[in-house]
Write a protein that binds this ligand. Sequence first.
Ligand code: NAP
Length: 284
Amino acid sequence: MDPRRHPDHTLNDGTSIPRFGFGTWQIPDAQARGLVAAALDAGYRHIDTAQMYGNESGVGQGIADSGLARDGLYVTTKLNNNNHDPGRAIASIDDSLNRLGLDYVDLFLIHWPLPTIGIDYVDTWHAMEEIRGSGKARSIGVSNFAPEHLHRVVATGSVVPVVNQIEVHPYFAQHTLRSVNAELGVATEAWSPLAQGQVFGDATLKAIAERLGRPISAVVLAWHLQRNDIVFPKASSVARIRENFDALTLTLDPADVAAIDALNEDRRIGPDPATFDWVPTEEV
Ligand SMILES: NC(=O)c1ccc[n+]([C@@H]2O[C@H](COP(=O)([O-])OP(=O)(O)OC[C@H]3O[C@@H](n4cnc5c(N)ncnc54)[C@H](OP(=O)(O)O)[C@@H]3O)[C@@H](O)[C@H]2O)c1
């Protein structure tokens, strides 16, 4: 058995998630089919998509092309920002499943809390609980939730989110939010684990990579895995998809972990969830 395929994490609802996956943001629908199939061929068993990405159809075709058994795969999608209304949320999971060609997703997330636009993500969370009850999503969670959002959902909901998917990379270590997640039993998923490519120009990371004779991608992704993040780097070529997966064979020593920890600048690359208010106008 290939040991790289089985670093799993048990979530608070008892289900198991592969800690290494393939991210698909900014992969056009037409390319998603081939890249997802390539990732599954390389050994990935966890795919992260979203209604917002517009590529669920291509992702689903890639999954079908792989010929892999459904119960050996982990598929996440996310509720788009125009689907917070509980009725729309419940209808939207059917649309996602139709596009993906699946009977269920393993994980369905509220993509953004949108705290400034007059919707209440707690109402949305109750719809998510209903979706979980229907079996159309095995697990439910949130993304981009700040501590106050997470505390409200945990206090008022009947289901604790299994994950909070948040921006994390060497320049944005997220110590506080990761601790809050852990205290509440919520696993941290790290989006943009390669800082959207910024890590590849970093002198410190380059020096560690050269000394170890490994690519920078492996060094950064191994750092994430050693701090217990769940990661799903995105890449647009088969070579990079395979290179990234190879991070599972690297263990960093404490000095290298500390050197990467020291790169933290508490600097976001993506939007701040406290103010992010983008809602699509088209029907997705
Ligand atoms: N919940 C949210 O709000 C949210 C937000 C952002 C992302 N995400 C999720 O997190 C996933 C990952 O984050 P991300 O896509 O933002 O960025 P990322 O994975 O941190 O970085 C992707 C970038 O790194 C480059 N790259 C990847 N592997 C490489 C390698 N081995 N060598 C050189 N360059 C490499 C890619 O280039 P090429 O593509 O040109 O190969 C791309 O420009 C997303 O795809 C999505 O699934 C979620």
